[in-house]
Design a protein around this ligand. Structure first.
Ligand code: C2O
Ligand code: CU
Ligand code: CU
Length: 489
């Protein structure tokens, strides 16, 4: 027996035999606590200290034109926006009111991966509390970072339920006069797979091979919200892809973007682009320059094909709706994300010409290869693999030395695209398929398309201990596409 959910962009088929492994099931923690539900909820550091409680719980929240039952931080989707400066102390009193274990990861922040820092090996059980405590390093550059759960095996499920929030570092970038003058807007892109009553449905993708995608796409918990162009004609959009698996191929249709930063780090100069592919985990900052004549722009996601399971998917799913529908993950488009309107006529300022310098890293001491694919893994069955292995919690896949620079060659030998992410230390992108990267850039997540080889260079600085690298299609991460990385002193 099948029931169908039709949306403007996808037709999804779902077998009723699939048991909904609901976080909100029976033993329930549904709490009626009322939080101030305000999308502008910002928690900033005061006198060098960012201290707050973050509580994960299952709540009814407004989402687009309906109410939905989601996983929230402090009752909100997305969670509150945290803001701090380099050198600040951070103390987060984390409370787990979900019915399963979870934890927090600070994606993009340069922090110790151990103890009370950005420790993804830590498990906070239901009803337990944990206080995260760390300093934002003075070398952390200003930009967009974000927090989300990171307990291996549950990451996709919890993130797709809504658990994600921004963690903004304010710094010199915000002081560049044109950028300071621009109107700042944050856009957290999330998708949810919901029934008509706003309940989370399990992913229909057997067995989550392509990674789950939702049928409701939201920006800051709203469907196609509007932003207004300021009178000075400079709008600064700061965007995070907080979806579990969905790629957004961003475009303003006939109007250009000026890319000024990505993954929490500023570029040297603005780069004019008409399309920007934003894969899960990645962030961008763009300036949009208004026209003299008032108009409106539609931010959309254009079609993009991120691969397929090919023969395997077709064979196992037995054809029909599921086989055909999900064989290729191709987002039809354009999907509207946000509208930019003019309230007044504008006299556009000029764009900045120089942003922040990026010094190239020295030659690497070591070069390694990481090949990404899926296949059979002994004792695990079908899994997602790095160098032929699925993640195993008690082994260390890669060991490096503190204060060295390494070059990693990330090779995608599979049939679908994988955004590769490294915790703790950012990297510079050297080349893609042997072609040098068009401009110097720091990143922490980089798309490696099927058949591609991407070279990155990583400095291991400041922190020792065990951390991880993984695919940011979080179903792939949960299904094994992760490695642990031990940084030795
Ligand atoms: Cu945003 Cu290890 O993840
Ligand atoms: Cu991360
Ligand atoms: Cu992947």
């Amino acid at each position: 027996k099948l029931f169908l959910l039709g949306t403007s962009t996808t037709i999804l088929a779902l077998g009723t035999h699939q048991v909904i492994k609901k976080l909100q099931s029976s033993n329930n923690n549904f709490s009626n606590k009322s939080y101030a539900l305000n999308s502008q909820n910002i928690i900033s550091s005061q006198n060098g200290l960012l201290e707050t409680t973050l509580e994960a719980s299952y709540q009814e929240v407004p989402l687009g034109n309906q109410n939905a039952y989601l996983l929230t931080y402090n009752g909100q989707v997305p969670g509150p926006r945290l803001e701090a400066k380099p050198g600040d102390k951070v103390r987060i009193h984390f409370v787990n009111n979900l019915s399963q274990s979870t934890n927090l990861h600070y994606h993009g922040l340069h922090l110790p991966p151990t103890g009370k820092g950005d420790n993804v090996f830590l498990e906070v059980k239901p009803k337990e509390k944990f206080t995260y405590e760390f300093d934002i390093p003075t070398k952390q550059t200003g930009g967009i970072n974000w927090y989300h759960p990171h307990l291996h095996g549950l990451v996709a499920e919890q993130l797709s339920g809504g658990l994600a929030g921004l963690f903004i570092i304010r710094d010199q970038l915000d002081e560049i006069p044109e950028i300071k003058a621009a109107k700042e807007e944050f856009l957290v892109l999330q998708d949810f797979f919901l029934d008509e009553n706003g309940n989370l449905l399990p992913s229909n993708q057997m067995p989550l091979m392509m990674g789950r995608e939702g049928n409701v796409i939201t920006v800051n918990g709203e469907v196609n919200p509007s932003f207004s162009m300021p009178e000075n004609g400079l709008l600064r959009l700061r965007i995070v892809n907080a979806s579990t698996s969905r790629f957004y191929n961003l475009s303003l249709e006939d109007h250009p973007f000026y890319l000024i930063a990505n993954d929490g780090t500023t570029l040297e100069q603005p780069i004019e682009l008409s399309e920007i592919l934003l894969t899960p985990g990645e962030r961008i900052e763009v300036l949009i320059k208004g026209d003299k004549n008032p108009q409106s722009y539609q931010l959309v996601s254009l079609p993009y094909n991120r691969g397929s399971m090919g023969m395997m998917g077709r064979g196992r799913m037995g054809g029909g709706m599921m086989g055909r529908g999900r064989d290729n993950i191709e987002n039809n488009g354009p999907i509207p994300l946000a509208t930019i309107n003019y309230e007044n006529s504008v006299s556009p300022l000029n764009l900045p010409t120089e942003l922040m310098p990026i010094s190239p890293l020295p030659k690497p001491q070591t070069t390694r290869q990481f090949s990404l694919n899926h296949g059979m893994s002994p004792g695990v069955g079908m899994a997602f693999l790095i160098n032929g292995e699925a993640y195993q919690p008690n082994t260390v896949q890669t060991q490096v030395k503190l204060n060295t620079v390494e070059e990693w060659e990330v090779i995608n030998t599979g049939v679908m695209d994988h955004p590769f992410h490294v915790h703790t230390n950012k990297f510079q992108v050297i080349s893609r398929n042997g072609v040098p990267n068009a401009y110097p850039t720091w990143k922490d997540t980089i798309l490696v398309r099927r058949g591609e080889t991407v070279r990155i260079r990583i400095p291991f600085e400041d922190f020792t201990g065990k951390t991880v690298y993984h695919c940011h299609i979080l179903d792939h991460e949960d299904l094994g596409m992760m490695g642990s990385l031990l940084i030795n002193s």
